[in-house]
Design a protein around this ligand. Structure first.
Ligand SMILES: *Cc1c(COP(=O)(O)O)cnc(C)c1O
Length: 410
């Protein structure tokens, strides 16, 4: 393998033109789209229009005239097309943490004779924290039971109301078999809640096909919706009528502008909503999602596997003996669109890489995480990133006090 061979792969890449649709800083290799996707050019234009025309000129009229009020379901349906959800089952609102709270609470209400939330011990902390908060709120009636991720499917028993799992693990990239685990939960009479934070826009997902019940996910990662973009919540059609979530704000009401005294949930997916949507963020997210809808998910996955496979191969070849360990499944097919490595000085190594224009991130205690978003990452970027990594390790360039200084966000 050579850099020239990588460049040839890029010239035959059917997704190559998509890169031009993003505003990426010159010379930067961005391998952190799994934490914060880059800015689509169309999003900049869309937000500008939303600001100046819709807000500036339209003012309050834009709730109707610009369709602001329908953004949660319109963008929800668009995201639905990326995750195998037919229209009417996805709404965009709030954060993933809050949507997880709503979905867990609703799932417990749907299985009143069962009082256990089953989840993974090494799951993303916010998911666990939210489950702990619900456990405390519901006062001893509900317990959070944690098992190893790989053992979750077998651990569902008659006490489990809902199983909460991340489809693609945020640290290792390990991907569960969504259909098989859903089936196992159902066989034991439990509901399945998927966290698709590292799946939506990164790997093909077929929620309807898998018979999934509930799912949540992030707007600002692979969906490129911008910092703090709202999250999405999926409720399978057959459950919507009985889905009752506790954050019963007015926009989830059947008739918000009737200003009734008593809460009545909307008959459709809008019952997952609570308050007023963040219109500017929604506009950016809609533009980000459209970039993904313009490409074929199977093609996207094929390129993702090509990039992650190349990265793994080059790291094995060119960084051998430099103190790196692999982390997560060795089979790329069992992984999302990221590759993780371990190094005892992961934090300083990553800061040294960032100083050279290769941006990934670290996860405690010693994981270097590299995300490969196929819309804008090229094979030559993979080559250059591995060369930078090799050089930082071989020369000890990471071993400087400024690279050890921890920032608030890692
Ligand atoms: C990023 C991420 C979240 C983020 O939740 P927010 O409420 O948007 O901060 C939740 N779950 C998983 C698995 C994540 O990776």
């Amino acid at each position: 393998m050579s850099r020239v061979a990588c460049a040839i792969l890029d010239t035959t890449d059917p997704l190559a033109p998509a890169r031009e649709r993003f505003l990426l800083p010159e010379g930067l290799i961005y391998l952190d789209g799994n934490s914060l996707g880059p800015l689509p050019r169309a999003a900049a234009a869309r937000v500008e229009r939303c600001l100046r025309e819709e807000w500036g000129n339209g003012l309050i009229r834009s709730w109707n005239d610009a369709g602001w009020i329908d953004l949660p379901t319109r963008v929800g349906d668009a995201i639905g097309r990326l995750i195998g959800a037919a229209p009417g089952q996805v709404a965009v609102a709030d954060s993933t943490s809050i949507n997880t709270f709503k979905a867990l609470a609703a799932a417990l209400a749907l299985r009143p004779d069962r009082r256990v939330i089953l989840s993974e011990r090494t799951g993303f902390p916010t998911d666990l924290y939210v489950a702990q908060g619900l456990e405390a709120l519901l006062g001893g009636g509900v317990t959070l039971r944690l098992v190893e991720r790989e053992e979750a499917a077998a651990a569902v028993d008659g006490a489990v109301a809902v199983v909460l799992l991340t489809h693609v693990d945020y640290r290792s990239g390990h991907m569960l078999d969504l259909a098989a685990v859903t089936r196992a939960a159902h066989d034991a009479g439990a509901l399945m809640l998927w966290d698709l934070a590292h799946s939506a826009g990164a790997v093909p997902v077929d929620l309807d096909g898998a018979g999934a019940d509930l799912a949540v996910g992030c707007g600002y990662k692979y969906l490129n919706g911008g910092p703090g973009a709202p999250s999405f919540l999926y409720v399978a059609e057959r459950l919507i009528g009985a889905f009752r979530q506790p954050l019963t704000g007015w926009l989830g009401h059947a008739a918000p502008f009737a200003f009734e005294q008593a809460y009545r949930p909307a008959p459709d997916i809008r019952r997952v909503l609570c308050g007023t949507p963040p219109v500017l963020s929604m506009a950016a997210l809609e533009a980000g999602v459209e970039e993904l809808l313009a490409v074929d998910m199977t093609r996207l996955r094929r390129k993702s596997l090509s990039l992650t496979g190349l990265f793994r191969r080059l790291v094995a070849e060119r960084c051998a003996g430099l103190g790196l360990l692999t982390y997560g499944p060795s089979d790329p097919e069992a992984c999302g669109s990221q590759v993780s490595l371990r190094h005892p000085e992961a934090y300083a190594v990553m800061q040294a890489l960032i100083a050279r224009g290769v941006v990934g991130d670290v996860r405690a205690p010693d994981i270097l995480r590299f995300g490969f978003a196929p819309l804008y990452v090229r094979h030559v970027d993979v080559w250059d990133a591995v060369e930078a990594l090799r050089d930082v390790l071989a020369t000890g360039a990471w071993d400087r006090p400024e690279f050890r200084r921890r920032a608030a966000v890692t």
